[in-house]
Design a protein around this ligand. Structure first.
Ligand SMILES: [Zn+2]
Length: 97
């Protein structure tokens, strides 16, 4: 993390405005060549939420996200955008699997 990219992770955007602020930042950072788009990951898979005797119960839906890299500090960021009930997030890549 450096002063040129994001100052903090956001586990869940609290509202549309906060998301818009990040979206604008991403666009600015990309146009100033500070941030580089790396990849788009399609979510929409599920995995067991918990296991009992090796059997998984429940499922968790993962959401699409984009991955970016800061050219200055090489920190990779994953950004998932809000979609209906899904609030989206901004996380360091190593903190989201
Ligand atoms: Zn950075």
């Amino acid at each position: 993390m450096c002063k040129d990219c994001f100052q903090q992770e956001i586990y869940s955007f609290s509202n549309e405005l906060e998301y818009k602020r990040i979206e604008n930042m991403v666009n600015e950072l990309i146009s100033s060549k500070t941030l580089e788009f790396i990849d788009y990951f399609k979510g929409a898979f599920s995995k067991p939420k918990f296991e009992i005797f090796g059997l998984g119960f429940g499922s968790e839906t993962y959401h699409d996200y984009n991955e970016y890299e800061c050219i200055v500090c090489n920190q990779k960021w994953k950004i998932s955008y809000p979609d209906n009930a899904w609030r989206g997030f901004l996380l360091k890549s190593e903190n989201y699997y």
